[in-house]
Write a protein that binds this ligand. Sequence first.
Ligand code: PMP
Length: 395
Amino acid sequence: MSLLTDLPLAPRDPIIGLTEAFVADPRETKVNLGVGVYTDENGRVPLLRCVEQADERVVDGTRPWSYLPIDGLPAYRSAVAGLVFGDELAHERVAVVQGVGGTGGLKIAADLVHQTTPDARVLISDPSWENHRAIFTRAGLTVDSYPYYDSQTRSVDVDGMLDALRAAEAGTVVVLHACCHNPTGYDLTPQQWEQVRDVVVERGLVPLLDMAYQGFAHGIEEDGAAVRLFARTGVAMLVATSFSKSFSLYGERVGALSVVCADPDEAARVQSQLKVIIRTTYSNPPSHGALVVSTVLGDAELRQTWEDELGSMRERIRAMRTRLRDGLAAAIPGADVEHFVVQNGMFSYTGLSAEQMRALREEHGVYGLDSGRICVAALDERNLPTVIEAVAAVW
Ligand code: PMP
């Protein structure tokens, strides 16, 4: 008998399981639309030119790879504050720490919330990125959801969402997808964001904006609008940032957590507590990815290259959505397939049932999630005909 004897086998991550099934599938025409990774027109994860050039500078700088400060690279932290908040508020009011990806930023946020208000409830959207529930639950918090997606109307159930927020107790943390909602692809309109902001402020809720896809919906500025809307209210808020997608730096684990505070003194206290959380979790963050990102964001030319490259990724996704919509409209006369172009970002809720998604996989080798989610950022000219034919066959 040891401490491990009664340890049960944890359930497998569904997306990893799907990838394994995909890899084992012998069909040459198979298509993996399961994982949330952007691939280019050749089906490859791109190495952005801005990243390549910044990387050369970082390597040429031949520095010893010493430890970073606990809260990360100072230049990176200021670059994040600039990107996320612009000049919407004084950066002295914001505590910013480098995170190990966006996930790391969320985990630090969860630990901070648990430290300040251990009984706080966290509300996530229904549905949401699966890890939201897991991260906040594991940090010891109670997680519930607010209505978000209405499958009948294929749109956001904003009335249901607002009612749930109105019914929430003061101090409840509300996790909001800043743009490109994962998994549905449906975002709030600017007017709906204002309604949500009003309820959050009136009810004394704590907004936590998860920003994993800035630049993938309409543009860097446009996609940051919801964060800045909340920043203007003056309420305490948290923002988790991920650069995994926007810099195509998935494995470098580059992210951040920003906490907007009442004043510089509060920000200093928050920063000190965030450092304790980090120190006792992984001591200090990795340096390479953050050096690359801060080099790009801090250099006018590289930043312009990044904005252009991010724009190309966004436009390629939009083009694939349009091609999918047009192809399905032609293949399934009378079918309503407009939702593919209404949604934003890398994901699309297709509206297909778990049964249909299984048929897509088994009969056609097209891999998406049972929820009906597909990654439209993995579509390209070569796999589109297969996907259109398969979706039309199971529609
Ligand atoms: N939040 C959301 C909504 C996401 O979709 C993701 C990535 N799938 C993350 C956070 C985490 O990003 P990262 O890979 O940088 O940890």
